[in-house]
Design a protein around this ligand. Structure first.
Ligand SMILES: [Zn+2]
Length: 201
């Protein structure tokens, strides 16, 4: 199957008798972006920017990791790239942003991965700007965590993604890059520390 053949609307199941919505074996919840933005703001104010960043990185990582495992078992993908392209496709379906890859090198059996991508209309970046001035660093924490989690689940090896530019920091759109964790230098240290045990796969 090709990534372009995937249709979340077709595969999302609404059990109105039990009030349970599922995608594969995962229970899903549809939330308001404004409510999530307020929750995020309150967490930042309560525990501080750096600790909140760590929590949302891990939150995103968990979501991406689960999606990668579901994608691996639920479909028979034509190529490794099709499995990879499901990460931006799912993010786009989920209303997180319009995500697209701009550079892809992947060979799962050889443990090789290098991806670059763009995010347009990031909900997390725009929510950040509703409460704060332009940030001095990227702020799409759950989204960059998602990319790392998806990559880690897909490769079955630690992957770290770094957000390079961000609408929350005044850029026109967000950009990201993913590599096998060992191939990053110190710019990935903050992410490495935040994920900690989550990278043990
Ligand atoms: Zn961003």
């Amino acid at each position: 199957m090709k990534a372009s053949d995937f249709d979340l609307v077709r595969d999302l199941k609404f059990d109105l008798e039990r009030g349970i919505t599922t995608y594969g074996s995962d229970r899903m919840v549809i939330l308001h972006a404004d409510a999530l933005g307020l929750l995020r703001y309150q967490i930042i104010e309560e525990i501080g920017f750096e600790r909140a960043r760590e929590i949302f990185l891990r939150f995103g990582f968990r979501a991406g990791f689960s999606d990668a495992l579901e994608m691996k078992v639920a479909y028979d993908w034509d190529t490794d790239r099709d499995l990879l392209e499901m990460a931006p496709r799912l993010h786009t379906y989920q209303g997180i942003c319009r995500a697209e890859t701009t550079h892809v090198e992947i060979d799962i059996d050889d443990g090789r991965l290098h991806v670059k991508g763009h995010w347009y209309n990031s909900y997390e970046g725009s929510q950040h700007r509703m409460f704060y001035e332009e940030s001095v660093e990227p702020v799409c924490w759950s989204q960059i965590g998602y990319a790392a989690g998806y990559g880690t689940g897909m490769m079955n090896a630690p992957v770290i993604s770094v957000e390079k530019q961000c609408i929350g920091a005044g850029h026109e759109y967000c950009t990201m890059e993913s590599r096998i964790a060992d191939e990053w230098g110190e710019e990935a240290d903050m992410y490495r520390e935040a994920y900690g045990d989550l990278l043990d796969v």
